[in-house]
Design a protein around this ligand. Sequence first.
Ligand code: GRF
Length: 238
Amino acid sequence: MPALVDPSDPGLAVQWPLPQQGPIHPGDGPVPGEGSSGRRLRLGVMASGNGSNFEALVGACRRGELAAEVVLLAVNNPGCGAVARAERLGIPIQLHDHRQAASREALDNALAASFRAVDADLVVMAGWMRIVTQRLIDAFPDRLVNIHPSLLPSFRGVDAVGQALAAGVTLSGCTAHLVRLEVDGGPILVQAAVPVVSGEDRAALARRIQGQEHRILPLAVRLAGERLGLLQPPPAQG
Ligand code: GRF
């Protein structure tokens, strides 16, 4: 029997959002792309676990696919995989252990202060397993991006992949979106569809979804930067 081809063909799976009507919270003006004299978009990243999305973002920046640089990784779990990745990649790390924080608001105030201190333009929640408060959202209005392993608005919250399998859906995927107070509820930037292969287990589906997350997260950052007026869109193809 021939090997099953992954139906989430990279050329087909990403659905670009419709064009937006201008910037949402305009920034201070465009950041010219790589190769020009201007600076690149400065990204803060928040991670709690493995950190594969964090590394995908760093990779996209370093390959020149995104006119940005990751200037700080914030983690809440000291020994998490993201820390080892940041050490290997030479990205500064700060620990914001939620167990040491007086409240969710205090944690978010500290995170906001850290990202402001490094002059971050955008902050990406790349597997941040804590609910954030209005403090962080207000500190980075329309500049806080999250990645979630489902086609939102379906299957919000924990174990989205398990929820999708339990519901018997035939099409799953992932979503990069702007963060609002409602968990996994903000405006959608980019989605990728990942068909569920008959008989595959949760781990296998989660792996394929993650492969798509790594592709759409840099796209979402670029789109958010362009909509905010922080990044110049690429010239239109003739
Ligand atoms: C991703 O699946 C993301 O959608 C979810 O947490 C996971 C993080 O994975 N929010 P990693 O730490 O980036 O490998």
